[in-house]
Design a protein around this ligand. Structure first.
Ligand code: FMN
Length: 270
């Protein structure tokens, strides 16, 4: 096993079967938790969209690609349905994708100009590594609906983006109207019940971008309001932990601006 994969696998125990040993742990026991958290935060903050036209060769290959796909496989997957499918578009097949993009454009806009058709085609050649993300709503337990399957797929995609970032690559997700076209479905041989979600592009960053200002937790975290007895209250984050400098979010900038402690705990019924 070479370095990229080895670093990802770490000292994780890799069972032969689906079921791991009961004592398998999520993290490397030799690394202090705060170091892991700092490392993870660094990777997460380091990920940002680099548009495909700014992603140059080389892209990930060999063991790096294996590490990226193995990262996807660590995503939470309700019912173990494996609802995601990734279809790579190798350089030799980009002409087919370009044709599908052009046909999709002409299908939805018969008046598209030759320049617009050229632009649509050109998108197929950006980024050295490109794949289509597909979610499948058909397999397994029908009680696990498309929304849950899409969340699992999104988690898998984010894991891939983070691994690509950790390996030093830039990445982007792109969607667009062509995803809905029959030409694209045909090229990727999608069955009924398979939904294309977006493309993932990965490559070498041409020029660095300024880090984007992120939303702060108080913009998206709130608590259940209620009047449970104090001894039933779970420990809640202190308000100051959810606050942020006014310059970053502004006053009253969302539903979570009054982070009162939760009065009921909420766990998933599973
Ligand atoms: C499913 C999905 C599809 C996306 N499609 C596009 C797209 O077509 N074009 C684009 O510029 N960005 C696209 N994005 C990227 C978002 O615009 C981007 O993540 C957002 O602006 C935040 O920037 P960041 O990734 O640097 O944090 C997509 C993101 C997701 C999750």
């Amino acid at each position: 096993m070479s370095s990229a994969r080895q670093r990802f696998m770490g000292e994780r125990q890799v069972p032969d079967q689906h079921e791991g040993p009961a004592h398998a742990t999520a993290t490397n026991a030799d690394t202090p938790a705060h170091d892991l958290a700092e490392l993870l935060g660094t990777v997460m903050r380091g990920r940002q969209t680099i548009l495909p036209r700014r992603l140059l060769a080389p892209g990930p290959g060999g063991d790096e690609l294996a590490a990226i796909f193995e990262a996807a496989a660590t995503a939470p997957d309700h019912g173990r349905l494996l609802p995601w499918r990734f279809i790579v578009v190798p350089p030799a097949q980009r002409d087919l994708l370009a044709e599908a993009f052009a046909n999709a454009l002409q299908q939805r806009d018969p008046a598209a100009t030759p320049e617009q058709v050229v632009q649509a085609k050109e998108k197929a050649y950006r980024s050295p590594f490109l794949l289509l993300v597909v979610v499948d709503e058909r397999t397994g337990d029908a009680g696990i609906d498309l929304a849950e399957r899409t969340i699992a797929t999104g988690c898998a995609v984010q894991n891939m983006l983070l691994m690509a970032t950790a390996l030093g690559y830039g990445s982007a997700l792109t969607s667009g109207k062509a995803l809905k076209s029959s030409h694209l479905r045909q090229l990727f041989q999608l069955a009924d019940g398979e939904h294309p979600l977006c493309f993932v592009s990965i490559g070498t960053v041409q020029s660095a971008r300024r880090a984007r200002v992120r939303p702060v937790p108080r913009d998206f975290v709130s608590s259940v309001a209620g009047s449970a007895r104090p001894d039933q209250q779970p420990s809640a984050p202190a308000p100051e932990q959810l606050s942020a400098p006014a310059s970053m979010s502004g006053p009253g900038s969302g539903p979570g601006t009054d982070p009162t402690p939760p009065s009921t705990s909420h766990t998933s019924p599973g």
